[in-house]
Design a protein around this ligand. Structure first.
Ligand code: KG4
Ligand code: ZN
Length: 361
């Protein structure tokens, strides 16, 4: 089975071919990701209209490159899988329409994929994980904990009630005059900082409600920075280190709650695992905190390679394969229209104002 995946929900234009051979082992035959970071850097964040236009310009070439790299002809592809939501609607339209056109011309089935399902199933592509497992998704647009029970069977246990975590990193960087994207620059500055200089709040710590919140922390950072301005390099480093420590601490509290709930909900699970995905998973302080926490709670800690943790099309192709082999592809994907909001878990109520790109899930 070979599936061509297409991803255009945010600021990466991506295409990939993933194969599942007779031995049941998946192989990523190609994985092309074109980042638009440079187009958006001057604006300090993703500009939807610029993103949509950049996808239009790049996508055909990226798809051709993904096919060429994989050594596959379109005729040998079993299906086309494209992200149909959630995300920026302009990009989603470009990706899904392109996928429909390719599928129609080549007479192949089209599978509309939920971007979050792509993230949720990646650990099965990279690590062959069995269901159920716990997923912590921390990116610029999402901050969620999901119980992954099966293909198409997800429960959202926590989400952010305001900013996404990557967004909090990006806004902190902007306040401190660090370049976009903020996360890696905050982490770098924090290396030479004193994490105990500022006692920033640990949002939601100890709260019985399972969700995340980061806007209060962002305000505390702004107040501390304003109080001591103008900032020296050391001040910036100390604020970054203190911010990162607060984030790691707050995250650990939320995750501890989810690990305990997982044990209660799935008592028979032999090798319970926590999977991390999303750009923030690159942060070494956060990773080390989660790793320690999992070791203490008897959970395996699974962090797929960063290239597959951040937005990519291999995860979309893989979600297509998972759906095909379960007989869960839509009967006719051509009828599917892009959804800027598309929660994975249909029983979860949307959170108002969560995420810089709107309450996506
Ligand atoms: O998953 P991703 O590449 O794209 C989406 O948001 O969909 O995540 C990007 C986010 C940005 O907010 C970026 O600042 C953050 O991940 N990020 C980091 C680090 N590297 C990227 N945050 C903290 N520490 C990092 N090292
Ligand atoms: Zn994503």
């Amino acid at each position: 089975m070979r599936v061509l995946g297409i991803e255009t929900s945010c600021d990466e234009t991506a295409a990939s071919v993933v194969a599942l051979d007779g031995d049941g082992a998946p192989r990523i035959l190609s994985n092309i990701v074109l980042s638009q970071v440079e187009e958006h850097a001057a604006f300090g964040g993703v500009v939807p209209e610029i993103a949509a236009r950049a996808h239009v310009e790049a996508l055909d070439g990226i798809v051709e490159a993904a096919l060429a790299d994989s050594g596959t002809e379109l005729a040998d592809i079993d299906a086309i899988a494209a992200t149909a939501g959630p995300g920026l609607v302009g990009g989603l339209i470009v990706g899904l329409m392109t996928a429909k056109a390719i599928a129609a011309a080549a007479n192949k089935p089209l599978i509309a994929i939920n971007h979050l399902e792509g993230h949720a199933l990646t650990a099965r592509l990279t690590d062959g994980l069995n269901f159920p497992y716990l997923l912590l998704l921390v990116s610029g647009g999402h901050t969620q904990i999901l119980a992954v029970r099966g293909v198409g069977d997800y429960q959202r246990w926590a989400t952010t009630i305001d900013d996404a975590l990557g967004e909090a990193f990006d806004k902190t960087a902007k306040m401190l005059g660090l370049p976009y994207p903020g996360g890696p620059n905050v982490e770098k500055a924090a290396q030479t900082g004193d994490a105990s200089r500022f006692a920033f709040p640990r949002p939601m710590k100890g709260s019985a409600q399972p969700d995340f919140s980061f806007s209060g922390l962002k305000t505390a950072v702004r107040q501390a920075a304003t109080a001591i301005a103008p900032l020296s390099d050391q001040d910036v480093a100390d604020i970054c280190a203190s911010f990162q420590a607060a984030v790691a601490d707050a995250l650990a509290d939320r995750v501890a709650r989810a690990l305990a709930r997982f044990r209660e909900t799935f008592p028979g699970t032999k090798n319970p695992a926590l999977v991390v995905a999303g750009g923030v998973a690159a942060n070494r302080t956060i990773k080390a905190t989660l790793e320690r926490q999992c070791a203490e709670a008897g959970f395996a800690f699974v962090a797929p390679p960063l290239k597959l943790c951040t937005d990519n099309a291999a995860m979309i192709a893989w979600a297509g394969i998972e759906r095909l082999r379960e007989g869960m592809a839509q009967e006719n994907g051509f009828d599917f229209v892009p959804r800027s909001r598309w929660p994975l878990d249909s029983i979860s109520t949307p959170m108002v104002g969560s995420g810089r790109r709107g309450a996506k899930a």
